[in-house]
Design a protein around this ligand. Structure first.
Ligand code: NAD
Ligand code: GLY
Length: 290
């Protein structure tokens, strides 16, 4: 039970599922224990990840695989994989290996992998067990929590998707050690967003500790992730399907999506950067409108 000592735990309580978020250093090494705790009858696991994500995280997950059969899919990198072709690749693989609802799909990667894999899990046999292991700061504080899944079509972003909560979320802070600074700043954008919409104290704390987050100081990062996930869990509990309050989490995102569309969802501007600019525009507009 030593995972309790080394990881912080938060509960997300929604009308469709109640599930924990585990946050800690080297949390991936606790995957097997948590799998047995939450998903006793799982015999097959499919890990979906992408090319640029260091292989050591995938091999760390597969360690000590007694009584469990592991399969993995390594997809190309980038927003472009949030589309039909890759959705079918995941669901075909599940069919080929005879996965049942008691088996489990794991998303190991950033928000792109999480959104695509979560969607595939939600429609395969009308819903199979699903675990999020987010490896970017943005996915650790935002996309892995709350159950929004989806892909894009030629008309726009995230237009096809489901609300489908994971069975648990495992946040390993050590995975950030390989994350480029640009992606750290993108994640910081969503952290800053929580402070601006919900928590002035957190905003002041970020003013002092922001630089340490970008420098990957483990204790500060762990605190920032915990506080961000707590805010997200609170909002999602009150409004899982975005009928009203949850829209607050889209602060800056309307402008952000417009900026991303103009840039063709390329690396010219990444999601978190667009959110930073979007929040500035939204704040200015709000100010102008009184
Ligand atoms: P991403 O998934 O594209 O990851 C960014 C880059 O980092 C990729 O190149 C990836 O390969 C690389 N990477 C990931 N982990 C790494 C690691 N540990 N070390 C080194 N490189 C690593 O981008 P993102 O910012 O994580 O997610 C953006 C996506 O999330 C968008 O599609 C957005 O729409 C979606 N999103 C969804 C929600 C939601 O609630 N479902 C919320 C916010 C954003
Ligand atoms: N990222 C916005 C939401 O989860 O609602």
């Amino acid at each position: 039970k030593n995972y309790r000592k080394t990881m912080k735990t938060l509960i997300v309580n929604t009308s469709s599922k109640r599930y924990p978020i585990y946050i800690g250093q080297n949390a991936i090494s606790k995957f097997k224990i948590l799998l047995r705790k939450h998903l006793k009858n799982t015999k097959n696991i499919l890990i979906v990840t992408s090319k640029n994500i260091p292989k050591k995280y995938l091999s760390g997950l597969k360690k000590n695989s007694k009584n469990i059969k592991y399969h993995s899919i390594i997809l190309p990198d980038g927003e472009k994989i949030k589309q039909n072709q890759y959705l079918i690749k995941i669901t075909d693989t599940l069919s080929k290996h005879n996965f049942g609802r008691n088996d489990c799909v794991v998303a190991l990667g950033g928000g792109v992998i999480g959104d695509l894999t979560g969607f595939a899990s939600s429609i395969f046999k009308r819903g199979i067990n699903f675990v999020q292991i987010p490896t970017t700061l943005l996915s650790q504080v935002d996309s892995s929590v709350g159950g929004k899944t989806g892909i894009n079509n030629k008309f726009g972003k995230n237009l096809i998707g489901t609300f489908f909560q994971p069975n648990f979320v495992l946040i390993d802070i050590n995975t950030l050690s390989t994350l480029p600074k640009r992606e750290m700043i993108a994640g910081f954008a969503e952290i800053l967003k929580y402070s601006l919409i919900l928590d002035k104290k957190f905003f002041n704390w970020l003013n002092i500790n922001g630089e340490k987050i970008l420098k990957k100081s483990p204790n500060i990062i762990s605190d920032a992730i915990y506080r961000s996930c707590k805010h997200k869990a609170h909002v999602v509990k009150k409004d899982e399907k975005e009928k009203n309050l949850r829209a607050i989490l889209n602060f800056g995102h309307t402008f952000a999506h417009a900026i991303e569309t103009i840039c063709g969802y390329s690396k010219k501007i990444i999601h978190g950067e667009a959110v930073l600019i979007g929040m500035i525009i939204a704040a200015r507009l709000s100010n102008q409108m009184g």
